[in-house]
Design a protein around this ligand. Structure first.
Ligand SMILES: [Zn+2]
Length: 334
């Protein structure tokens, strides 16, 4: 049985932009987030309150969060690494935080400088403070299928970390296929185990499309009753473990699949593509989302047709088309 509707958590402004080499200026980020809200996304992770030395791409966290005005029915969240990050997030008006750990120690040590156990101790304090402030908490369990350093991760280990994050007061746990290698059978095995101990409504799935399996994994999750999925507009953010490969599942591709399956998302695909176009312009390259490319190609063809019917033969002869960025060769660096 498939669900009637799905919640999408948009992670492009945080997870996507932190993995882009180019630092996007704050005004473009503000425009991007507002456009995502206009497209109908109601849960957006906008930034991370880490040290700007650590992730310069998100060094404007306070400025960005402070500049986004709250809108009815829209929840803007931010990742925080510690109590200081929480305090900065609260001052900037953030009412929902995300805590990031993983199911493998080598990954967390390289990523956040702590073992999984140590991260849960630190987050215990952060979670306590957050809940006292009336700030809600989402937890991430990264490397939920495979670790780039340790290899396969046992579902039992993912269950343990998930339960520990829930015990700290997180109301939702996002399970991440960090290196984008999982297949639907592995999603089934993991969810079958977790559902014995954790309500399905508390679980979200966060897929990367590095191996082209993300949408197949979404369908596996849907058929097991998962109704929350993370995605990144345009497929923003590459894969740090496979340079040049796709990272986050593109929100456009997820929305297209769900709509086509008759599942409500509340997201307008055309408007979403307009939001992603803001970032494409800033980065100066095409983003990997298939639907974004399809919509871009369709609107370029429409423009060509319009100028062909209205214009002179010279206009329709291809001179304009060659200068049309949507019709040109991809500029994505290898
Ligand atoms: Zn991701």
């Amino acid at each position: 049985m498939l669900p009637d509707s799905v919640r999408i958590v948009e992670v492009g402004p945080r997870d996507g932009l932190q993995n882009e080499a180019t630092i996007v200026p704050t005004p473009s980020k503000i425009e991007f987030v507002n456009a995502l809200v206009d497209a109908g996304l109601t849960e957006i992770e906008v930034t991370s309150f880490v040290s700007p030395r650590h992730i310069p791409q998100l060094g404007d966290a306070a400025e960005l969060a402070g500049a986004l005005s709250p809108r009815e029915g829209v929840r803007l969240s931010a990742l925080v690494p510690n109590a200081r990050g929480l305090e900065r997030a609260r001052e900037a008006g953030i009412r929902r935080i995300a805590l990031f750990t993983a199911a493998s120690d080598t990954f967390t040590e390289k990523n956040i400088g702590m073992t999984v156990a140590r991260s849960l101790t630190v987050f215990g304090e952060v979670a306590h403070l957050a809940l006292e402030m009336g700030i809600s908490i989402r937890g991430y369990v990264s490397t939920a299928f495979e670790c780039p350093f340790e290899g396969a991760v046992s579902p039992q280990r993912v269950l343990e970390v998930t339960e520990q994050l829930l015990a700290l007061g997180a109301d939702e746990i996002s399970l991440g296929d960090t290196i984008g290698v999982a297949a639907p059978t592995e999603v089934e095995r993991l969810i079958e185990l977790l559902r014995r101990r954790v309500p399905l409504g508390r679980l979200a799935l966060h897929f990367h499309d590095t191996s082209g399996t993300a949408l197949a994994n979404v369908v596996a999750g849907l058929s097991l009753g998962i109704t929350t999925f993370d995605a990144s507009a345009g497929g923003l953010g590459g894969c740090p473990y496979a340079p040049g490969a796709a990272g986050n599942l593109a929100t456009e591709d997820l929305v297209y699949l769900l709509q086509r399956m008759g599942i409500h998302t509340g997201v307008d695909l055309g408007r979403l593509a307009q939001a992603s176009a803001i970032i494409e312009r800033t980065l100066g390259r095409r983003l990997p989302s298939r639907q974004l490319q399809r919509l871009g190609a369709a609107s370029a063809a429409e423009t060509r047709n319009r100028s062909a019917t209205r214009g002179t033969s010279r206009e329709a002869g291809g001179g304009d088309v060659a200068g049309d960025p949507a019709a040109g060769t991809p500029t994505r660096p290898r």
